[in-house]
Design a protein around this ligand. Sequence first.
Ligand SMILES: Nc1ncnc2c1ncn2[C@@H]1O[C@H](COP(=O)(O)OP(=O)(O)OP(=O)(O)O)[C@@H](O)[C@H]1O
Length: 698
Amino acid sequence: MDPIFEEEQQHLTETYGQLVGIRDEMLAKMEANSRDAAKTIGDMRDELALDFASDDMTMETLADYESMNRIIDSYNFSSTINAERLRRAVQLLEQPYFAKVSLQFRPGEPVKDIYLGVAGMTNDERRHFIVDWRSPVAEVYYNQENGRTSYKANGRTIQVDLLCRRQFDINRDKLNAYFDTTVAIEDPLLMSALSKQRSDKMQAITTTIQKEQNQVIRHDDVPALLVGGIAGSGKTSVLLQRIAYLFYQERENLNPDDVFLITPNPVFQKYIDNVLPDMGERNPQTRTYAQLMDFLGVQASGQDAHATAESLKAIDAAVVNLKLDQEDFRDIRLGDQSVISANQIRSAINKHKRIPAGPRLFALVCEDLNERLENRLASLCTSEAVHGEMLNLSVEEQSQIFGMQIHPQDEDDFREYAQTYLQVKYAPAFDAIENAEWLRLNRIGMRLLGTQDLSPIEWLHLKMAVTGLSNRHARFVMVDEVQDYTAAQLMVLARYFKNAHFLLLGDENQAIRPGTASFDEVREVFRLTRGQVDECRLMTSYRSTPEITELFCSLMDSQEQVQVRSVQREGTPPRLVECAEEAEYVAELKGIVANAPSEGLTAIIVSGHRQEKRLEQLLGDECPQVMRHEAQLPEHGVILLDLPLAKGLEFDRVVVADASAAIYPENQLSRRRLYTAISRATKQVTVMSLGPMTPLLK
Ligand SMILES: Nc1ncnc2c1ncn2[C@@H]1O[C@H](COP(=O)(O)OP(=O)(O)OP(=O)(O)O)[C@@H](O)[C@H]1O
């Protein structure tokens, strides 16, 4: 028997035992805690004398309440801490750790063994017996350099000698194998992770993060980081690990609500939504660009493609000298009643003649308009008509507004209820003030740009310039598939998330829409808005076999091609099937659907909605499930979907169903669309055409 194996198995058995002990201890503590809490609160409630007879007694009762609340808080606090420790213990029991580094900090000092896990754990003496993969010292593992190396902690660089870098294949308390490793390409854990069947959900890559990926994950916090990487190089995986890393780094002060992830489509959102929770972290605010625009009151439409970065810059330049004219205002209305007239708004503006149009003027005018509306409501509080309206409300309406049915006795009662009622009734008018609905932004924008039409994105940009609309709290914004945005869309994101640091990930070869920003334009937008753009490259394909990688790389620029490598094991060569007749084409496709292996997922990808409809017709009853926008990927079987929806996803087998010369002619856009479709495959690709095959693959 291998003595190292025995020693490691022994260490694992002990560690596992410790984790079981912690799990049981936490469960017992939590049980005792909730029992104690229930009893203490019960006792206190029994003793609580609800005495409001005099001011003194009222104060005493309130003080008793407060101390009861404090006690409840302290029970909750210790229960949260215990629950968090329990969660980590349960998570680690699956696989207590995945690697060990043996470090010599100074010559002559004893060697320190550090075991790395997907979470960290301390023993009773508060010593880490499992170290979190995100802790500073774990960097030496991911650097993949034996011998002299270093890591950064609290701004200091710490030199160490990495004597051994050992990976483990562990299932709970059973050690299956260990590997002492030096070089990434020979990484046995990686090879075993890559050979596993892909699933309907993305998986965390914590245990097999590669050196180039680690550089992105642990990158210094910079205003803008642009990561360009070939298809399947782990951009999305890295992005999610980076989010987990940031949450760990800023445990005390980074709220998941202040991190935004902008994703290509809702199917993709569902594909990745388990990764962070599986790592024990909460998901950030995840939105598609269209959802975000919808929230901001604009429709992300095809018209966006016409808005250029130049027109947005022109808006910024023109707003500086903007003079609002008579017709730029509209009444604030509640139903068909005018609440504040355009004339009144104009006079509110005229009060601040010296202040140029922009966020400051907007804030001052909003203040004036709010005050005017409040005054109006104050005078309405005594109106007989309003009192009548209140009394005519149904019981449900009354309990919605007042929380109960009302029975006003005197003038004061009426006035008080009327105040509440009017605030609710006029809430849309207050919102209209904040939302700048009184400004005719379309008219103003067309005048500033000298155009007959304003695109939604120009409208939004103008609104931000004039009103200061923004999200000030967002600290990090991650944009996946950045190559699919126009420069104007990116400018709007940069402006809206005004204080956020951006992580932008993409692949220029996957820009499947015309008019989107080149990486040079992406750099320019963020150089202008953030001052500096740092960059990283990912050139290794982890998704596709070397044969598939070679096929999609043949569509790249030849200089880039030489830098690409695939670490997957060899597979089967891609099939190119050119059918002269429709009957032959349909028979071939039906054959693929009928004979698709039951394991894993086969995706038939078509270039757009029209092709999807046509294929549905051609396949009739034998057509596989068609993926729609809100759907979740099935675990196995055959699906049909169009290219935009396939973005960011991966499938065991891909059939590019319409790769004819007519649909993929010899041009850059077709080249990128074909690259994107083919690179969704992990194991097998079939490229089909009805009529001559695209010249891009000849
Ligand atoms: N270090 C790694 N260890 C194990 N698997 C990895 C690693 N890096 C990437 N992968 C796997 O490779 C596949 C591709 O990763 P991912 O989807 O993150 O790539 P991507 O660059 O975003 O792809 P695309 O741009 O084509 O959408 C995934 O299955 C992912 O789990």
